[in-house]
Write a protein that binds this ligand. Structure first.
Ligand code: NAD
Length: 444
């Protein structure tokens, strides 16, 4: 418990990790190069929407266990365990991951580490990265330093980040080949995660490449499951079958299970799309691209859902968007998040606008991020506002407030009662009874 932790990169992952580790009782210093973000976090103002996290942030700032800085000198001086949580986005115009932020972090931190400490990578990285970074860490660290690297991939879900951090399904750590360093790294991380281990959380110790692969293969599996049911939705559309009934019936088979089997507009966000692409790129470098060729199809199925959504909306409007008004409900890539990275909803909205419609988007939390990413779209202040005078309404992110919408109230403001349910979130009978033409992905 004596450990002092730093968390480097305080975005969705890092802000959560920093606040939750402080909540476990550790002294924590969060570091980010974005001064505005650091100032906001230090003031108790969470820069992202994540249910429950702001309260954890504020109570730990008040308790004096949590601080934020932009200074690597301060971080190196303060911490004996340094968590790396910086971004690893997709490279512009390529499938591979951009590792420049991780490299910069090691470059800034390593020369300052003049005593024994553990550096723990949490960012999602291509297999082989940890080994390369461990060599760089050893090369750049001062002669009197003794820094050891571990890899501890993160599985939290946005929208459930606090719960997932405090009560994870499993903790995976990749440790170095040197047995003494490996034993020490494991011991330190067992101390950090003692409360989770005490409540029975499995703690898996592996080598670096295996730990790195756990994360990307989990995401590859989840993406595959979503694209599987969406491929079935394509077949259902052709065969006039109902994919929601199909999915329900499949879910009762406990070898299959119902999670991640919801048919709809598919996956997006800052993780699944870029992680499966980086995984394919890395497999290519390793000479085993064939092993992951199915992920190309997983990605393609996912992209086709967005096109199908646009086509369905156009069909309802008689074949053209020109001069028509479209109300879009949802901008975040999923509910309970304000994250619009690779958001299917905004992708669809932008596509429709480019075909000549006036598109007004509403989202309960993601409007600010959406505006920044797509300044050309129009934005409403409520679902009713976005739907006003619309010839078709599209439900693209399944926020609870959209599921619970009153079809009569919405019907009173639109120009035509056409709705496309991109998430299979609504009860078709209820909407049809209220006079709406209801269409959905994968359903008659
Ligand atoms: P993010 O973009 O929200 O945050 C990254 C932060 O790192 C930013 O605040 C940025 O300013 C900061 N940063 C960049 N370079 C830096 C540097 N040199 N020093 C200090 N800070 C620096 O990204 P995120 O969603 O938090 O993801 C971070 C990593 O975690 C990625 O590898 C991602 O794949 C992985 N991950 C994310 C989630 C998630 O749900 N968001 C879940 C699991 C894993």
């Amino acid at each position: 418990m004596a450990h002092r932790l730093t968390v480097i990169g305080t975005g969705y992952l890092g802000a959560t990790h920093a606040a939750c580790m402080a909540d476990l009782g550790f002294e924590v210093l969060g570091l980010d190069v974005d001064k505005d973000k650091v100032d906001r976090l230090q003031a108790g103002d969470l820069p992202v929407y994540e249910p429950g996290l702001e309260a954890v942030l504020q109570r730990n700032l008040e308790a004096g266990r949590l601080r934020f800085t932009t200074s690597y000198d301060e971080a190196a001086d303060f911490g004996d365990v340094h968590f790396i949580c910086v971004g690893t986005p997709q490279k512009q115009g390529e499938y591979a991951a951009d590792l420049s932020y991780v490299d910069e972090t090691i470059g800034a931190l390593a020369p300052r580490l003049d005593r024994r400490c553990l550096v723990v990578g949490k960012s999602t990285v291509p297999v082989g990265t940890a080994r390369h970074l461990a060599e760089r860490l050893a090369r750049l660290a001062p002669a009197d330093g003794d820094a050891v690297l571990a890899w501890n991939p993160e599985f939290l879900r946005e929208g459930f980040a606090v719960q997932d951090t405090m009560h994870p399904d499993r903790i995976v750590i990749g440790v170095p080949d040197d047995p003494d360093d490996a034993a020490w790294a494991e011991q330190v991380l067992r101390e950090v995660y003692a409360p989770m281990i005490a409540e029975g959380c499995p703690f898996v110790v592996a080598d670096y490449p295996t730990a790195e692969l756990v994360k990307v293969s989990a995401n590859a599996f989840l993406a595959t499951k979503i694209s599987f049911i969406n491929a079935m939705a394509e077949v259902c559309e052709a065969a006039h079958a109902d994919v929601t009934k199909l999915s329900e019936a499949l879910s009762y088979d406990d070898r299959i299970g119902g999670k991640f089997l919801g048919p709809g507009l598919g996956f997006g966000g800052g993780c699944l799309p870029k992680d499966i692409r980086a995984f394919m790129a890395r497999a290519g470098e390793l000479g085993v691209d064939q092993a992951l060729s199915f992920l190309r199809e997983v990605d393609a199925i996912n992209q086709r859902r967005r096109i199908r959504m646009v086509d369905l909306a156009r069909e309802l409007l008689g074949g053209s968007f020109i001069g028509r008004t479209v109300g879009v409900l949802g901008a975040a890539f999923k509910p309970n998040s304000d994250d619009v990275r690779d958001s299917p909803a905004l992708d669809v909205a932008a596509n429709i606008r480019s075909q000549g419609a006036r598109v007004t988007v509403y989202d309960p939390q993601a409007l600010e991020n959406a505006r920044r990413a797509h300044p050309n779209l129009d934005y409403g202040s409520s679902a009713l506002d976005a739907a006003r005078d619309a010839h078709v309404v599209l439900l693209l992110t399944e926020w609870a407030e959209f599921r619970d919408m009153d079809p009569d109230a919405l019907g009173a403001v639109v120009a035509e009662k056409n709705i496309v349910d991109g998430r299979n979130a609504l009860d078709p009978e209820r909407w049809r009874t209220a006079g709406w033409t209801y269409r959905a992905l994968g359903r008659p």
